[in-house]
Design a protein around this ligand. Structure first.
Ligand SMILES: NC(=O)c1ccc[n+]([C@@H]2O[C@H](COP(=O)([O-])OP(=O)(O)OC[C@H]3O[C@@H](n4cnc5c(N)ncnc54)[C@H](O)[C@@H]3O)[C@@H](O)[C@H]2O)c1
Length: 232
């Protein structure tokens, strides 16, 4: 039985993840952390709670600053991690890496949807073929999303920039849009688009559950969904 804790347990993602764990074979949620709401443990008590309840994996969907603190606490407690929080700076990611990679195993991904992970792969093929095309990324999310551009758009841009391509990113915030990403390659006489539309947060939850099963008892280190999917 995999014993899970969720931080951000009263948030949109946290609530869905806890509901899903209750229906999954071989795993149970033994602790919920949040700074607001009923029935949760305050993150100040995270280290003691992780130890007392024998947590195997902490899933974090909070905000960047909180996620770093939570991840360090979990790593110091020997608890593996699945981190979905976005909005990390390059420095944040360096700090996370140095604090956790020798202590525990962690999957960190700005998007747990299988379709988005495929998009990150497919745009490499497109960019290799469509030389000289202008590349733009348009992303759209609900009005309360804090970070812009999205972690998903930034990851797509990095994939393309690492190939020596220039990329424009445009972010839209409005209503209850779950998450849309379109990568547009504009040439002379044609336009090629690769698009992903998250229709519900269930797509992220599916990937999180897959990552939890994969990271449990994995060797220490930092992994991505490419590892979980067996793509490298
Ligand atoms: N990787 C992915 O696939 C994916 C998918 C959706 C959202 N996200 C990201 O996940 C994060 C959460 O998204 P959301 O829509 O659930 O947000 P949300 O605002 O609904 O929930 C965040 C929760 O974290 C809590 N929180 C804040 N500080 C905390 C702390 N120190 N310890 C514990 N809990 C704390 C808040 O009180 C809130 O309940 C965001 O960064 C978002 O961009 C990632």
């Amino acid at each position: 039985m995999i014993k899970l804790a969720v931080s951000g347990a009263n948030g949109r993602m946290g609530r869905l993840i806890i509901d899903r764990i209750a229906t999954e074979e071989g795993m149970e949620a033994v602790a919920s952390f949040d700074i607001r709401g009923e029935g949760v443990v305050h993150p100040e008590k995270m280290a003691d709670t992780l130890r007392d309840r024998g947590v195997d994996v902490l899933v974090d969907f909070t905000v960047a600053d909180a996620a770093i603190e939570n991840a360090i606490t979990a790593a110091q407690s020997g608890v593996n991690l699945v981190i979905g929080t976005t909005g990390f700076s390059e420095d944040d990611l360096l700090k996370l890496r140095s604090e956790i990679e020798d202590r525990v195993a962690a999957v960190i991904s700005p998007n747990f949807s299988i379709g988005v992970n495929l998009l990150w792969r497919l745009i490499k093929d497109a960019a290799a073929v469509l030389e000289g095309y202008d590349i733009s990324i348009i992303e759209a999310h609900h009005r309360t999303k804090i970070d812009a551009p999205s972690g998903t758009a930034l990851r797509a841009a990095k994939v393309l920039e690492d190939m020596g391509r220039e990329v424009d990113i445009h972010a839209i915030r409005g209503g209850d849009i779950v998450g849309d990403h379109t990568v547009i390659f504009s040439g002379i006489g044609e336009r090629f688009e690769i698009a992903h539309h998250a229709q519900s947060r269930a797509t992220f939850v599916n990937g999180v559950i897959r990552a939890v099963r994969w990271i449990h008892r994995r060797e220490n280190g930092i992994y991505s969904m490419d590892d979980v999917m067996g793509w490298r």
